[in-house]
Design a protein around this ligand. Structure first.
Ligand code: ADP
Length: 489
């Protein structure tokens, strides 16, 4: 099949979170399985140009109809670690993608509505006719709408759309300006509850709702989250729409790219290891401590040190249960462990809060808070830590716990969304025999809840190191690669 992925991220060139990992990893595996895959992405000024090979202009004169006129775009082409990517660069006073950020503008809805329109226009004008267009999240929700309502009549009648929702919280809300811009001009027609009208705000259109209504297949990124989306409030007002379209809605668990995330060959960690050479992992712990100026404890190099090193990697956002991340830091310190946090916040209040904590713990030899985005450091932390906490309020899939497993770092997670599909509690999981269990889980989103799981992990680490090591090594054997999910797609 010929598949075109249209998305706002693709790791490692554009990555704000798991979406980037998924777009890259899934594309690569689909190619491995014999499909032809191309990607269309925005050309941000702040993306990692050092991760693109052979960037050149592929299409200089792309004129994209917009707001009654047209915006002239250039399309560049290059390879991101083997994937063929087309980058769309608009030339207009709005400066859609030259702002030093991926998301966060007041006009994000217009920026990505334009990108969606430009991507379709590029397919049309360059005569690309994929079998499947795979769109991701709200940023590309209008693609199936425009395909069905407009581009079908221009010669793209045979393209089918798969729409993957990575996070229901951000849905893309707009008004008349979006309809005018994209040329979906029939206000009465689109402001209809069966089409784009937001289920709760009668004055708004909802991009993600459009994606659900108009796509041929809709999915979210884990089976349990698909269930939550339909039967709990987690889909932020789209439950009814999913109910109507239930026949084409499902959940496919994300994988991770087993070559990018591989402790046996990871170029960002100093000591490579596998489950069979697990002792080498302790050397990465030492390297991590050295890099972050943390105290060394325990016995000689290469042996298990006595202080457990607990980490958190991820966005600092209400979704991630930041109040529990904060608690995990101090609880770990109180239990005599060490804590490393790598995260960034877009919300000012959360950012200020964690900066204060960073200053508070500045002289503490057992804690380090790294505030910002650092891909390289994240690999070393996965390899060097003993335990990773993921106390999310909700989690469509979650990749950090799966990457943790791959690096023999034991996950302590809250039992929601994809965390329930990937982590099986060491003491209590009813569906897996003891040798198949791989972490610790809690359910109540409060401090005693987190303690109930984190304490069990720390106790096992301290009181029964061989069993803890067995648990960590067992996690490394899980196959959470893209092989199986890509087949389902
Ligand atoms: P999200 O909700 O952000 O998509 P996921 O768990 O699905 O969360 O994916 C997070 C991905 O982003 C992982 O690959 C993780 O390592 C990475 N990541 C998150 N925050 C940072 C950061 N501050 N620095 C480096 N990598 C990060």
């Amino acid at each position: 099949m010929y598949i075109v992925q249209i998305a706002s991220e693709c790791a490692p060139v554009i990555k704000a979170g798991g979406l980037g990992d998924v777009v890259y990893g899934l594309s690569r595996e689909l190619e491995n399985q014999g499909h032809t895959v191309e990607l269309i992405l925005p050309m941000y000024d702040c993306m990692r140009y050092d991760q693109i090979w052979g960037l050149h202009d592929a299409y200089k004169e792309l004129s994209v109809p917009w707001d009654g006129g047209a915006i002239h775009c250039s399309v560049f082409c290059g390879w991101v670690h083997g994937r063929l990517c087309f980058f769309i660069q608009p030339h207009s006073i709005e400066n859609f993608f030259n702002r030093g950020y991926y998301y966060g503008g007041n006009d994000d809805n217009l920026r990505f509505a334009f990108f969606s329109k430009a991507a379709l226009e590029f397919l049309l004008q360059s005569n690309k006719r994929p079998d499947v267009i795979h769109c991701h999240d709200w940023q590309t929700g209008l693609i199936p709408v425009m395909l069905y309502e407009m581009y079908k009549f221009y010669g793209m009648a045979n393209q089918r759309v798969c729409y993957t929702i990575h996070n229901f919280k951000h849905q893309g809300i707009g008004g008349m300006e979006v309809l005018r811009g994209t040329g979906l001009n029939n206000e009465v027609y689109y402001y209809n509850y069966d089409r784009l009208r937001d289920n709760f705000n009668p004055f708004a259109i909802n991009f993600m709702k459009g994606g659900i209504v108009y796509s041929n297949f809709v999915n979210t990124v884990s089976p349990h989250h698909a269930w939550e989306a339909r039967f709990t409030g987690i889909s932020c007002g789209l439950g009814h729409t999913l109910e109507i379209h239930q026949d084409k809605f499902g959940g496919i668990l994300n994988g991770i790219d087993f070559d990018v995330w591989n402790p046996e060959s990871d170029r960002f960690i100093p000591h490579h290891y596998t489950a069979a050479t697990f002792a080498e992992k302790a050397k990465n712990k030492k390297a991590l401590r050295e890099r972050l100026w943390l105290r060394h404890s325990g016995s000689a190099q290469g042996e298990q040190a006595d202080q457990p090193l607990v980490c958190y990697i991820g966005r600092l956002d209400d979704q991630k249960g930041v109040h529990l991340v904060h608690h995990a830091l101090y609880h770990t310190l109180a239990r005599g462990g060490q804590f490393v946090l790598l995260g960034s916040a877009t919300e000012r209040g959360i950012n200020d809060w964690f900066w204060r904590e960073k200053i508070n713990t500045n002289n503490n030899p057992d804690a380090h808070l790294e505030l910002g985005f650092n891909e390289e450091l994240s690999h070393l932390i996965y390899a060097g830590a003993d335990i990773i906490v993921v106390p999310s309020n909700y989690e469509p899939c979650g990749l950090t716990q799966v990457i943790g497993l791959r690096y023999g770092t034991v996950p302590v997670v809250r039992g929601v969304g994809g965390l329930l599909n990937t982590i099986f509690d060491y003491d209590y999981d009813p569906n897996h025999p003891p040798e198949k269990r791989n972490g610790f889980m809690f359910f109540e989103p409060d401090q005693p809840g987190l303690n109930s799981a984190l304490d069990r992990a720390i106790d096992l680490y301290a009181k029964n190191p061989p069993r803890f090591q067995q648990l960590a090594m067992g996690g490394m054997h899980y196959d959470n690669s893209w092989k199986h999910p890509a087949k389902i797609y």
